[in-house]
Each structure stands twice: as C-alpha cells, then as structure tokens.
Design a protein around this ligand. Structure first.
Ligand code: SER
Length: 317
C-alpha cells in the first residue's frame, strides 16, 4: 500500500514548508493537508480539520486511507501565555485525539513536534542534556513535555511508532512568524529587507538555540525515514544547530545590510527566553540516526536575505 500522509497545522510556520516537502517526496496526491483555515495560495489536497474533534480526524483517516500523520497544529510559547487553558486544550487534547485515532486505525508512523521550551530554569544552560528533568514554566512547554510522555506511552503500551524532535527556534523565509519567543529572529530579517530598524522584544544578550528551516525540515524527514530499530528515544530527540543572541544576529545582518539596527526593548517574552537553554546537547540524534546540521548563522543569513529580497520584489509582494 502507498504511503498516504495526513498533516495537521498545514498552514503554520513549519507545517506549510513541511507540507511542500512531503508533497515533493510522496507525490502531491498522497499528502492530505489540513488546518482550520485555508491558505489562498495552497496547491494540493486540502481538508478543513479541527483536531479537537476526534470524529473529524477519524473521518479523514478513513476517507483517504491515511498511513502516516504529522501533527503540526499547536499554539507557540508567547501566544500560548495569553490564554493558558485554551493553549493546553489545543496542544494536548488534539494530540491525544491523534494518538488514539492512530492506534485504532493502525497508522504506521506519527510525528510529534516538541521544543526546547520543555526545559526550565533549573536545567544546565549550555549543552543541556536530552534526559535532564523537565520543569517548564510556560503552558506551551508544559504541553510539549506532557505530549512527549504521551508519545512514549503509546509506543510502550501499543507499539505505536511515534517519533518526535525538540526543535530549537525555527527561522525561515517561507512563512510569517507564528507567536513564538524565538520569532524575533524571523522578524528582524523582514525589517532589515524593508530597510527599517527592528525593535527586539528580548535583550541583546539572550542566547537561544536556533535552526534554519531547511535543516529543521531535513531533520524531520531523516527521523521519520530512519528504521524503527534506530529510534531509541521515544519521548523526543534534542536537535541542535546554532546558538546566538540578538546582538550577534544584528551583526550578521549588518554584514549584508550595513545600515540595519536593532533597538532592545524586552517585554514579557524575556522571562520565557530566560527560562530556556542557551544550547542543547543532541548526541542521541547524532548517534542514533546521524543528525548533522548544515547551516550556521552566516550561511543562514545569506540565504534568508537572498530569498526575502525575492519575496519583497514589487512584482512578488
Ligand atoms: N519557537 C518556539 C517558540 O518560541 C520554541 O519552540 O515558542
């Protein structure tokens, strides 16, 4: 039987880029993209899906003979704090619906995105070990930590092949920022291209783990395409790429856009950033399925600016 992929949150920051990659890999007709809103430029098969409703998930799985699920629908850290109970409902109850449907319909593999937000202030700041205990202080981090344990539970109890990555802050040119604390970095590039200065909501010394979109998407597919025997972590794998603070980003952008300036006005998101690691240790991913990042800050900046210049050309804007 052919692989038939269901992706939720297909209009999101990561979901929309992942959807295109999955379409290229599995064929456009074999990817069923779902979200609560339709993006006008979307190409492919799209279904409206509210994943808080189990029956709607079940209907789509049956109608399309789904074999794999990527559950990308979620509310990110900063936005999540504005309505904690709603965030918990969206991030957790939807995942339980997906896990239960996957179990009952014999889905072969499930992907679950987790985050550096699962760590809390007590964790070592640098090279945070994957297995350090988790004391998140945002509802987003709490929901992702709980989700990781549910993933592990469904694997242990039902042998459901759930795989997960803890993404650092994801930076890409393809989509707009989606309410995360690391999204200052995406915003900064957009302002720089428009010839404007950027007011950053973190202070200039806040070092956070980051990853370029291309690396994040490649890691996702490499994890999902690894053999079952290679996957030894069933909560979630740390993946690391680069770490920098806003000042270093400002300098990197200035190399190519010399007049660009960042102004620093920390708000409530500073507390969130302060509770997360500066860098994470990803030895397990490197050992188990050969994870290797390709982009550093300089290479990412060159590629971001090249692509955003295209996006902002008058004929494309
Ligand atoms: N990028 C996410 C956020 O800032 C972290 O996983 O919320």
């Amino acid at each position: 039987m052919k692989d038939k992929i269901l992706i939720t949150g297909a209009n999101g920051q990561l979901g929309s880029v992942l959807t295109k990659k999955l379409q290229d890999t599995y064929g456009i007709t074999n990817v069923i993209a779902t979200d609560i809103k339709l993006n006008a430029n979307f190409k492919g098969t799209f279904e409206f899906l509210d994943t808080t409703d189990y029956n709607s998930i079940a209907t789509i799985i049956k109608e399309h003979n789904i074999t794999e699920i990527y559950h990308m629908a979620a509310i990110l850290s900063a936005k999540g704090e504005t309505n904690p109970l709603h965030t918990w409902n969206i991030n957790n109850n939807t995942f339980l619906n997906i896990l239960e449907a996957a179990r009952l319909f014999g889905i072969k593999k499930v992907f679950y995105p987790s985050s550096i937000a699962v760590y809390g202030k007590n964790a070592p700041k640098n090279e945070t070990p994957q297995d350090f205990f988790l004391t998140p202080t945002t509802v987003y981090g709490m929901s992702k930590a709980a989700g990781e344990h549910w993933a592990n539970y469904y694997f242990l109890k039902y042998n459901l092949d759930v795989r997960s990555l803890r993404y650092p802050g994801v930076i890409g040119y393809q989509t707009s920022p989606g309410g995360g604390t690391t999204d200052y970095a995406v915003d900064a590039y957009h302002y720089a291209i428009k010839g404007e200065n950027y007011t950053c909501f973190l202070n200039e010394t806040s070092v956070l783990p980051m990853i370029y979109m291309d690396d994040a998407i490649r890691a996702t597919l490499e994890l999902m395409n690894a053999s079952k025997a290679q996957i030894k972590t069933r909560t979630s794998y740390n993946i690391a790429s680069m770490s920098f603070n806003p000042k270093a980003l400002e300098h990197a952008i200035c190399e190519l856009i010399p007049h660009f300036k960042m102004i620093y006005k920390p708000d409530f998101r500073q507390d969130i950033a302060d509770s997360w690691p500066n860098s994470i240790n990803d030895n397990e991913a490197r050992t188990d399925w050969n994870w290797q990042p390709k982009y550093d800050l300089k290479a990412m900046t060159v590629d971001m600016i090249k692509n955003l210049k295209e996006t902002y050309k008058p004929e494309n804007a």
